[in-house]
Design a protein around this ligand. Structure first.
Ligand SMILES: Cc1cc2nc3c(=O)[nH]c(=O)nc-3n(C[C@H](O)[C@H](O)[C@H](O)COP(=O)(O)OP(=O)(O)OC[C@H]3O[C@@H](n4cnc5c(N)ncnc54)[C@H](O)[C@@H]3O)c2cc1C
Length: 411
């Protein structure tokens, strides 16, 4: 069977590794740290996975947390207005629940599963200079080591597909324990200074809620650089809620930080990279997951895309049978993935810009027409619906008219 090497034990690398191993491929994964250390690191993501990504994990039988991960059944949206009440507010059920399982849990458990299946797990941080040595061992070497900057030179930025040059949000995420008056799902708040999301998570410390703030850089929610610990983060989060989402002012009052390591601060530049890297020896390597396409987490797409990449790359490898993994294969595999990833990327990049009138009209109409709320909420699961609809004013207004007419016609 063919020998495949994967640098990076994350959502992308491990799902591909396990899928290939189940088919009998000889797979080696280079992981930065052992499973016990993975569980102990600081928070890495808020990782809400929607149905298609969850289905992939279920197909592979690696959905180990379905019984105890809280289902994300609803989306509750609200936008700030002139008063303490939201200007727009609606709530809708997801057709199929989403789920957030702490990546520290997933990665640690999947590393064990990969080894159980006979996979070759090597604890080693692979530098770009090490890649040539690794590449000699394998017929195909995939780099799934997360977002930059270590492999940025190997996989240069694709300017045509990357509209932003700077981070568009200052991000602060905290896991909290305690009682929340929240919907059984994703709570989404929008204001002119940024967004906040809250959702239930199955973390390394059991059931918690993850609350993430995404502040426009330089604005009043760009506050995390000065925050050093979870207590300060918790207090800052409560202040942001009172100042910018007053209808949620008390949301965190009966909570406390879940653990000292359960916070995350950062800024991410969204970028699409040229996916095929050439090593000094001339050998070629293929980027995957965030290493290839990094989106701002505001759209909740990165882990979903990583799962999609794992499926698409696996299918391409299997379809290729015994032929050499040449440059044509590498570019073709990424192209196959990009057919889906471009939708998630466009949707997320557009979310980072101030919402245009047709999007505001859609969010407003969603309060009165459940079909509109339903379609908007399901963009997170199916961003391919965005381009032919909400990306463009004319199709957006047409849909609003049609959906409103259907609503009026329904007895
Ligand atoms: C605040 C925040 C919130 C998010 N919320 C969501 C969300 O709700 N929904 C969603 O879909 N996505 C979300 N994401 C994005 C999501 O977490 C990532 O897109 C996803 O984890 C990417 O998976 P990956 O496997 O490509 O990379 P990673 O998950 O980053 O995995 C890469 C792995 O490679 C390892 N590694 C790195 N360098 C090396 C090296 N040199 N040698 C060996 N190993 C190495 C790392 O240790 C890591 O284990 C969020 C991200 C953030 C930061």
């Amino acid at each position: 069977m063919r020998r495949i090497g994967i640098v990076g034990a994350g959502q992308a690398g491990l799902v591909l590794a396990i899928g290939l191993r189940q088919l009998g491929y000889h797979v080696t994964v280079f992981a930065e740290r052992p499973a016990a250390e993975v569980r102990a690191v600081r928070l890495v993501s808020n990782q809400c996975l929607f149905h298609p990504a969850l289905e992939r994990e279920r197909e592979l039988g690696i959905n180990f947390w379905d019984a105890d991960a809280p289902p994300v059944r609803e989306v509750a949206f609200a936008a700030a207005g002139e008063t303490a009440d939201p200007a727009i507010s609606w709530r809708v059920a997801l057709d199929r629940p989403a789920q957030s399982v702490d990546q520290r849990v997933k990665v640690a458990d999947w590393m064990a599963e990969f080894e159980r299946l006979g996979g070759d797990l090597r604890i080693r941080r692979v530098s770009p200079a090490d890649l040539d040595e690794c590449a000699r061992e394998f017929e195909l070497l995939v780099v799934a080591a997360g977002r930059g900057p270590q492999f940025d030179t190997l996989f240069p930025r694709d300017d045509e597909r990357s509209p932003y040059h700077e981070p568009q949000r200052a991000i602060g995420v905290l896991y909290v324990a305690g009682t929340l008056d929240a919907v059984p799902g994703l709570t989404f708040g929008l204001s002119q200074v940024g967004e906040f999301f809250l959702l239930p998570v199955r973390s390394v410390h059991g059931p918690v809620h993850g609350i993430g703030f995404f502040g426009v850089p330089g604005g009043p929610m760009d506050v995390w650089d000065a925050v050093t610990d979870v207590e300060q983060h918790h207090e800052t989060a409560r202040k942001l809620l009172r100042a910018h989402y007053p209808w949620q002012a008390g949301l965190l009052d009966s909570t406390s930080p879940a653990a000292p390591t359960d916070l995350l601060h950062g800024r991410i530049t969204p970028v699409v990279r040229h996916p095929v890297g050439t090593l000094p020896s001339g050998a070629k390597v293929l980027a995957m997951g965030d290493t290839a396409v990094t989106n701002d987490p505001v759209g909740g797409q990165g882990a979903n895309l990583a799962a999609r990449a794992a499926r698409t790359y696996q299918e391409a490898i299997v379809d290729h049978a015994d032929r050499p993994f040449d440059e044509e294969f590498l570019y073709g595999t990424f192209a196959r993935y990009w057919r889906h990833a471009r939708h998630a990327t466009r949707f997320t990049n557009d979310l980072l810009a101030p919402p245009p009138d047709h999007v505001l009209a859609t969010l407003d109409t969603a309060q009165r027409v459940p079909e509109v709320a339903h379609r908007f909420a399901h963009l997170f699961e199916n961003p391919a619906d965005y381009e032919g609809w909400l990306a463009e004013p004319r199709s957006s207004y047409r849909f609003l008219e049609e959906a409103t007419a259907r609503r009026v016609a329904t007895p």
